[in-house]
Design a protein. Sequence first.
Length: 116
Amino acid sequence: MADSSHNRKSNVRITFKGCQLPPVEDALVVGKHAPVGSEAVVRALQAMSPGKFKLIKVTHPVIESLLIRESDLRKIPEEKLVKLLLENASPVMDESDSLNVTLEVEIVVQTALEDI
């Protein structure tokens, strides 16, 4: 006969984080069959942060487009950043994914004092 006097314990962990607006860090890689398409994301981002992101349509078997923060495009040439994102995102995603991207750009300037 089973002992019905055993103890039960439930643990619940709840984590709250602040909501970030817009909900995109520095870039968003949108798959061809993502639940929310790039045009809808652009409209939402334009409503929250007008002029902050650029939509870049790409010809790719998995990826439909990239949304990239305009300030990052001033630091890195568009063609180089697009190539970098496509090469690194495509192996880890399928057509139904959208990947949020965080970029850490560091610009280093070195000069000799006699040049100043």
